[in-house]
Design a protein around this ligand. Structure first.
Ligand code: AMP
Ligand code: ZN
Length: 113
């Protein structure tokens, strides 16, 4: 089982910021910003393309964005945040279980797009 599946199934303890039926949200161990929460579908999909190809895509992606809004509310980042997905090796993905980074809590200056 992959590390994010173990976290989703509570086999590895973590500080849960928010969860619903489809996703679990917890703090990144190497925060890139004052707020850095990972929004992780509970079901294992390797990456964003695998999730998008699945029959659950609309429901799970809806839950991801609703969870992001809730995490922004809970972390006080409704004044601005980024939601990032690194997809596959050339996109910089290192954990092969799809996840979305919500970063905020500061003015995010390192814009590449
Ligand atoms: P990515 O490089 O987009 O695949 O992002 C993987 C992220 O997972 C990195 O920001 C890591 O710091 C984070 N990470 C890896 N293992 C854990 C863990 N056990 N708990 C929380 N975050 C983790
Ligand atoms: Zn997994």
């Amino acid at each position: 089982m992959c590390i994010f599946c173990k976290i989703a199934q509570k086999e590895i303890p973590t500080t849960v910021v928010f969860e619903n039926e489809d996703v679990i949200c917890f703090n990144d161990i190497h925060p890139a910003a004052p707020v850095h929460v990972l929004i992780v579908p509970k079901k294992h999909y390797e990456d964003a393309l695998a999730l998008t190809a699945s029959e659950d895509a609309e429901k799970v992606l809806g839950s991801v964005f609703r969870a992001a809004a809730k995490v922004a509310e809970l972390t006080g980042t409704q004044d601005g945040f980024r939601l990032i997905n690194n997809c596959r090796e050339k996109g910089g993905q290192t954990v092969m279980h799809v996840h979305f980074h919500l970063i905020g809590g500061a003015t995010l200056s390192e814009k590449i797009i």
